[in-house]
Ligand binder design. Structure first.
Ligand code: NAI
Length: 332
């Protein structure tokens, strides 16, 4: 039986994890879940929000399904999510964004993929207070990490029959840092003549995405722009409740939704488990359990197409009722 690390997170994390584990179990696939807690509750007992045992578990199993973990704003400990990606060298954050059956949004035919560099940029967390009224954050961009993520984006395009990779920067202003990312993109793109390459400034991209997202295919971005743009693209397909993601490295992969811990709806049985479920479906495909992945995806799509939805999608089902509908549809 395959052993997979399950980081059940906090906020709505445990609720959506329960839902997804139940659905996978009902599909007939047996998984040996190695449950690992992380985040603020763990600090009280273990003195850190990201104990070594969590990292060791992911390294050993090579794969994890992760629910969101809260990060205190403006103070407190560093993000567990950022630390995890850095410590495990999960350099590529893959966030596909495609319309779902039964979820009506402003645009049809949205089908794009955000490939976000996951280890550096302003997320390196190098900040200093110069004096009471001045603070610096350092934006790190290296050729090595930029070429690696651009190569990942082009390889993804080749493997998934995509036709174009578009590099997103603000290299007109940050000529050295974003300039290096763009230069790396140009170097790598020359190795993939079969894939079209394109360049765009991040502000123009945002405007064009809300005008007509069908103009885009694969986007490759430095960390911060990737984080922001992928929330925007989540909005194009129904919101954070349906936006899936994966963090991929050389030796392990952690599958997690785009959204955070949603403290505003925690414990209310209201959260949409779709984003975590779709992340889990991709995880099952990654470990070559395609039969179960397709079975679960089909049941989810059928449920949504029949009009059964959670509150964030203007439906009226609770998390547990929606979960039960998907399980029913697994069996038909
Ligand atoms: P958020 O993504 O948690 O919530 C934004 C809005 O979307 C809220 O109104 C929330 O109710 C709604 N929402 C999110 N997921 C939903 C779901 N599955 N079903 C229905 N509605 C959903 O973003 P926010 O509020 O900015 O961040 C909350 C915390 O989460 C922060 O501490 C942040 O640092 C953390 N966070 C963690 C991430 C991770 O673990 N990978 C990613 C993003 C944020």
């Amino acid at each position: 039986m395959r052993r997979i690390t399950l980081i059940n997170g906090d906020g709505i994390g445990p609720e959506i994890c329960d839902s997804v584990v139940k659905i996978i179990d009902a599909s007939g696939l047996k998984i040996d879940w190695d449950v690992q807690t992380a985040g603020s509750d763990v600090i009280k007992t273990e003195g850190t929000p990201l104990p070594e045992r969590v990292l060791e578990s992911v390294k050993k199993n090579g794969i994890a399904l992760k629910a969101p973990v809260t990060t205190p704003i403006g103070k407190g400990f560093r993000s567990v999510n950022v630390q995890l990606r850095k410590e495990l060298n999960l350099y590529a954050n893959l966030r596909p964004c495609k319309n779902l059956p039964g979820v009506k949004t402003r645009f049809d035919n949205v089908d794009l993929v955000v490939v976000r560099e996951n280890t550096e940029d302003l997320y390196a967390g190098i900040e200093e207070k110069i004096d009471e009224n001045t603070a610096h954050s350092i934006k790190i961009i290296t050729r090595e990490a930029s070429e690696r993520i651009c190569r990942f984006a082009f390889d993804y395009a080749v493997k998934n029959n995509r036709h174009e990779v578009c590099c997103v920067t603000k290299a007109n202003i940050m000529k050295l840092s974003d300039g290096l990312f763009l230069e790396s993109f140009r170097n790598i793109s020359s190795e993939y003549p079969q894939i079209m390459s394109r360049e765009i400034l991040v502000d123009n991209l945002c405007m064009q995405l809300v005008q007509d997202p069908t103009r885009f295919d694969v986007l490759v971005l430095p960390n911060l722009y990737g984080d922001i743009v992928s929330d925007l693209t989540a909005g194009l397909i129904g919101g954070l409740g349906v936006a899936q993601g994966a963090n991929i490295g050389e030796n392990c992969a952690v599958f997690e939704p785009v959204h955070g811990s949603a403290p505003d709806i925690k414990g209310q049985n209201k959260a949409n488990p779709t984003a975590l479920l779709l992340s889990a479906v991709e995880m099952l495909k990654y470990i070559k359990e395609d039969i179960y992945a397709n079975k679960i995806e089909k049941a989810l799509f059928k449920t949504l197409s029949e009009g059964y939805k959670t509150v964030d999608l203007d439906g009226n089902l609770s998390t547990s009722e929606f979960t039960d509908k998907i399980i029913t549809n697994l069996c038909v």
